[in-house]
Design a protein around this ligand. Structure first.
Ligand code: ADP
Ligand code: ZN
Length: 561
């Protein structure tokens, strides 16, 4: 018997305790409550769960029975069911952690109509046994909807292909009148098209959110004394708050956890080299206690749903923008202000380039990786809005397949379009470059002199040298090494005396970041000219740099040495 159900807004208030829907949530919920199919693309933290939980509750109360939620991660199933219980919603799960007896009990409850949301792994949903149960429920009109979470798992182009997702087409074929909502945070359009095809969602309305995370402020600083910079950042802006500090190596993770602890910050390490038990304990403490800072490698974070992470710091640069976006995206899932902070320096550029060069992958793959790294370097070197750069990167992959279809809601894909197209003039008001526009200086002359020093030294000595030596020559410092090789006779000797070491280091970093100069890791990190050097040497390529904020300290230090 169908009864009238409470309005979604009422469910949002009374059961979940939230004031209002966020972004496209309201439109999605209305569409699904009314029985429509939907494909929801929303970034992590966007609030995908409510998009099926509220329709499930509304439709159950209207007499439509149980909602089946397909989810691949057991830990997330447990979290969600636990949270729903706390909110007083009848939810359960079926997965491999249950005994046969427990699973039977859940099935019985479902048949009796006592469950509003049933979470199950895809391989469970498509077993003959479970389908037979569904048949019974369906005949009685007691299946309210199917939610397919992490829908990108159906695609081999997604980062997490799971073959068992392919079998989910049975839901559509067998229970055609039950609305289906597929959800994912994976943006790129090959994956999206694949989801539509594999799950037969051609008729579904697509809700594509902007990948903007307006509550996250982005800051990228020049790396000097990384640990001290991190401490200042935490103490000044995030004392007592929960955060994640990403480091590249396990050793560094341990060091940072220790240093932070020594400063009275509750910090724990997390990396794949720790005992499973220690990892689990640290993760549990991070999730349950307040104000814990996790020093971690990228092994930490997948499937971690902690809404009040107030900052994500990178002491080392990730491999590409996807990684940066995903890692920083773990901050501020509750929608409150949060910070993404990264310290970035010459060594990061050199390390990342070397890792690609030395990887055993094929040349074609390396080329793709280099392109992705370049995009991240451009973001790090940018003097204009970071958010524009970030969204532009996703905008290109998101909208390349032609005009977006469907309703995108107030925070829809359209926004990413606009942001991308207004380019440099756009100010988000919540990144370092927009809040304090950096002083820009024209480093073109310094860059030319630096490259021509590299060229002349190579000509004179037949071998190349490292960055410090080149800078000494340009600044006219007759060090022991300079005199030993007779490099005070290089025609550019002393021609760059007006530049500080910090300025030249900035120039070097940008030249390397843009590929106009290479560092040969096989030959003592010596500098090598590249194809890209030509444009700079000829003065055709401008080199614009941000003025280093703490340059005075740099100067003092360099004169002392
Ligand atoms: P996703 O699955 O898209 O990563 P979640 O569904 O886990 O995101 O939601 C992220 C966080 O935002 C959760 O803490 C959730 O409770 C909260 N949230 C979602 N929608 C709202 C809303 N309308 N108002 C306030 N908080 C919300
Ligand atoms: Zn900005």
């Amino acid at each position: 018997m169908l009864t009238s159900s409470p309005a979604p807004q009422t469910i949002l208030h009374e059961i979940f305790g939230y004031e209002q829907f966020r972004g496209p949530q309201a439109a999605i919920v209305d569409h699904v409550v009314a029985g429509g199919d939907a494909l929801v693309l929303m970034p992590t933290g966007g609030g995908k769960s409510l998009c099926y939980q509220i329709p499930a509750i509304a439709r159950q109360r209207a007499g439509h029975g149980v909602a089946i939620v397909v989810s691949p991660l057991i830990a997330l199933m447990h979290d969600q069911v636990g949270a729903l219980h706390e909110a007083g919603v009848e939810a359960d799960f079926l997965n491999s952690t249950l005994t046969g007896e427990q699973a039977n009990a859940v099935e019985k409850r479902m048949l009796r109509g006592e469950i509003t949301l049933l979470y199950a792994a895809p391989e469970r949903v498509t077993t003959p046994r479970f389908l037979a149960l569904l048949d019974q429920m369906y005949e009685r009109g007691q299946v309210s909807l199917f939610a397919i979470d992490e829908a990108h798992c159906v695609s081999q182009w997604g980062h997490d292909f799971r073959p068992e997702y392919r079998a989910l087409t049975v839901l559509h074929e067998r229970y055609g009148t039950v609305p289906r909502v597929a959800l994912t945070a994976t943006a790129d359009d090959i994956t999206r098209a694949d989801i539509v095809e594999r799950l037969q969602l051609q008729q579904a309305r697509q809700f594509i959110s902007s990948f903007d995370r307006p509550n996250i402020s982005y800051t990228i600083v020049e790396k000097k004394e990384a640990t001290a910079q991190l401490l200042r950042f935490i103490e000044r802006d995030h004392a007592g708050e929960a955060g994640i500090v990403y480091c590249q190596s396990r050793k560094r993770v341990e060091e940072i956890a220790q240093t932070l602890s020594g400063q009275g910050i509750t910090a724990l390490p997390y990396h794949a080299g720790l005992d499973q038990e220690v990892r689990q304990r640290n993760q549990d403490r991070f999730l349950r206690e307040d104000g814990i800072v996790m020093a971690a490698t990228i092994a930490f974070g997948m499937g971690i749903d902690k809404p009040d992470v107030r900052f994500v710091a990178h002491l080392d640069m990730p491999k590409n923008i996807e990684g940066y976006y995903q890692e920083t995206g773990r901050a501020g899932r509750d929608g409150l202000p949060a910070a993404a902070w990264m310290a970035y320096g010459l060594q990061d550029v050199v390390n990342q380039r070397r890792m690609i060069d030395e990887s055993p992958a094929g040349e074609e793959f390396k080329q793709v990786m280099r392109g992705k790294l370049d995009a991240l370097l451009a973001l790090a070197e940018a003097t204009d809005c970071r958010r524009v750069r970030l969204l532009k990167y996703f905008g290109e992959t998101l909208v390349a397949a032609g005009p977006p279809q469907g309703d995108h809601g107030p925070l829809g894909g359209q926004r990413a379009h606009e942001v991308a197209s207004v380019g440099a003039t756009y100010s988000c008001g919540n990144c370092d470059n927009c809040l304090t526009p950096p002083q820009i200086w024209d480093g073109t002359d310094a860059a030319r002199k630096l490259l021509s020093t590299v060229y002349r030294v190579q000509q004179m000595s037949g071998i190349s040298f490292g960055a410090a030596h080149m800078m000494d020559i340009l600044r006219g410092k007759a060090t022991e090494k300079v005199t030993q090789f007779g490099h005070q006779k290089v025609t550019t000797f002393g021609l760059g005396a007006e530049f500080s070491e910090a300025q030249l280091r900035g120039v070097l970093r940008q030249l390397i970041a843009t590929g106009a100069l290479a560092v040969d890791a096989q030959a003592f990190n010596t500098l090598q000219l590249t194809e890209g050097s030509r444009g700079v040497l000829k003065g055709e390529t401008q080199v614009m740099l941000r003025e280093s904020v703490s340059m005075p300290t740099e100067r003092r230090r360099s004169t002392r040495s």
